[in-house]
Ligand binder design. Structure first.
Ligand code: KIV
Ligand code: ZN
Length: 514
């Protein structure tokens, strides 16, 4: 596959594996994913996520657990009504009431499950094996009699004796099940054991086998792939690996590994993965850790120094995939450990600046990273622009020497400033609706004139509370002269004041020229 640079050691493994020609993807972000503690999608979010899953090429969307509530039924029905290409599936216990709810929700497939491990039978279901089996086959009959596709899961399959598993799956298959799903409900498997288990099941069953792995030991993706290597042809995944406890196998990781490492087709448009991940991150309000594989913010970020040198010379020296393949962008990051030399080399390579300007940029980058903040290539570009656009020292007729701002709840934001204007020292105070407004009033009061703020634009460059921000302002004096100013830094108030001061100085410079 183009743009993929993985280990040659995989090749013999790929040849030995019993991959099916195409692996089908059942996404359960809207069902198991929504069972993530604290996650609750709104109707609109569910619809948006379903559309996105369909757009990226998911084959089946497990849209919910219909028997949960009338709302759940209506939401699933609405998703079904979108007319997506993906099939819509609803979860159901092995009881007729749950299937009736699936029918009301108008799903294409009922995913029926019953627990089969000793611990679940005894303490949760309070049933013996024969009762559970009876309930499973009767439910399969009921599903098929109502014209739905039937996917059957032995809940806690990986802690169920293998002979019992075979008995359940073969029996339900003879009652019409179309797909056998194997849940590693509490994530207790490891890849070799999973490969062996799925190998046995595939050899004993006629209908396709599907994987459903939880991540309690961090092995959900590895176990899913192990099952696929043994012949399973469907996998249950969730966007961003959402799901009960430590989550389910991550869609992005499982799909990318299958496609890139083994060349197995999944029908997923990899270049939309970042997009889907962002949507689910926003809707679930579960932020991805930056080092999350494939779609995390650092997955294609390189800290300046040896790595950046390598990446700029030949990207694959430190990238196993091209970022574009998965909808990502490469980011060059300057961190606390990036030496001045590396920063100035990086700037010299990318921008045409004088030595003085390089020193100024390096100093600004250093000031920022010293507070443990990282700085991206975009941030550096902004700093460079601010240095290029900044005024010479002689042009600065107004200089801010001291400022003090007080703000908080139950207090009117108040600021005092001490500045020099045309070599005269001035002191003044002001109050405002916020700290920036108070400072701007104090500055105007010190200057003894009104300078109106026509525009104020604040932008965080790299996200996060410690990111750099840029402020662009436009001001107008009483005679109609206008000027703009821009500043960049990590402290919103200081950046705003610096931008205002820059624009005021431009007004003063205009006056002097006149
Ligand atoms: O993890 C699990 O066992 C499940 C079942 C409902 C299939 O999600
Ligand atoms: Zn699950």
């Amino acid at each position: 596959m183009e743009g993929v640079f993985v280990s040659d050691m995989i090749e013999p493994i790929r040849k030995r594996a019993k991959f099916s020609n195409r692996v089908y993807v059942l996404d359960t972000t809207l069902r198991d994913g929504e069972q993530t503690p604290g996650v609750c999608f709104t109707l609109d979010e569910k619809v948006e996520i379903a559309r996105k899953l369909d757009a990226i090429g998911v084959d089946v969307i497990e849209a919910g657990f219909p028997v949960n509530s009338e709302d759940e039924i209506n939401t699933i029905k609405m998703i079904k009504g979108l007319g997506l290409r993906a099939k819509i599936c609803g979860l159901a216990r092995c009881v007729t009431g749950d299937i009736d709810a699936c029918l009301k929700a108008d799903v294409d497939r009922a995913h029926i499950f019953i627990a089969t491990s000793d611990i679940h039978l005894k303490y949760k279901l309070r049933m013996d094996e024969a009762q559970a089996l009876k309930q499973a086959v009767e439910t399969a009959d009921y599903v098929k009699a109502h014209g739905l596709e039937c996917e059957f899961s032995c809940e806690d399959a990986t802690r169920t004796p293998i002979e019992r598993l075979i008995k359940f799956y073969t029996s339900v298959e003879s009652h019409g099940a179309d797909m056998h799903n194997v849940p590693d409900t509490v994530g207790v498997m490891e890849p070799e054991a999973m490969q062996a288990l799925i190998g046995v099941l595939c050899s004993r069953l006629k209908k396709p086998v599907s994987m459903h792995c939880h991540n309690d030991f961090g092995m959900a993706v590895a176990n899913t792939l192990a099952g696929i290597k043994a012949g399973a042809s469907q996998m249950h995944v969730t966007v961003n690996g959402l799901g009960e406890r430590a989550g389910n196998a991550s869609l992005e990781q499982a799909v990318t590994a299958l496609e890139a490492m083994y060349g197995v087709k999944t029908g997923i448009n990899l270049s939309m993965l970042k997009d889907a991940s962002k949507l689910v991150e926003r809707a679930s309000m579960i932020r991805l850790t930056p080092n999350y594989p494939i779609v995390g913010d650092n997955a294609f970020a390189h800290e300046a120094g040896i790595h950046v040198h390598g990446v700029l010379a030949k990207a694959e020296s430190y990238e196993p995939l091209t970022p574009e393949m998965v909808g990502q962008k490469r980011r060059i990051v300057m961190g606390k450990h990036t030496g001045k030399h590396a920063v100035s080399n990086f700037i010299k390579e990318k921008y045409n600046l004088s030595n003085e300007q390089i020193t100024e940029v390096v100093e600004k980058v250093r000031c920022h990273t010293i507070n443990k903040k990282k700085i991206t290539e975009d941030d550096v570009t902004t700093i460079v622009e601010s240095v290029l656009g900044s005024m010479s020292e002689e042009d600065r007729l107004v200089r801010l020497n001291e400022i003090l701002v007080v703000t908080g709840n139950k207090i009117t934001p108040t600021a005092s400033v001490q500045l020099t204007a045309n070599d005269a020292r001035k002191v003044a105070a002001g109050v405002g609706t916020g700290p920036v407004d108070a400072l701007s009033k104090a500055i105007q009061s010190a200057l003894g004139e009104e300078i109106k703020l026509l525009n104020y634009k604040l932008e965080a460059i790299s996200g996060g509370t410690d990111s750099l921000c840029t402020v662009e302002v436009e001001v107008e004096d009483n005679d109609g002269r206008t000027a703009s100013g821009m500043a960049v830094g990590g402290d919103i108030v200081m950046v705003s004041v610096n931008a205002v001061m820059e624009s005021i100085n431009r007004i003063y410079a205009k006056r002097r020229r006149e």
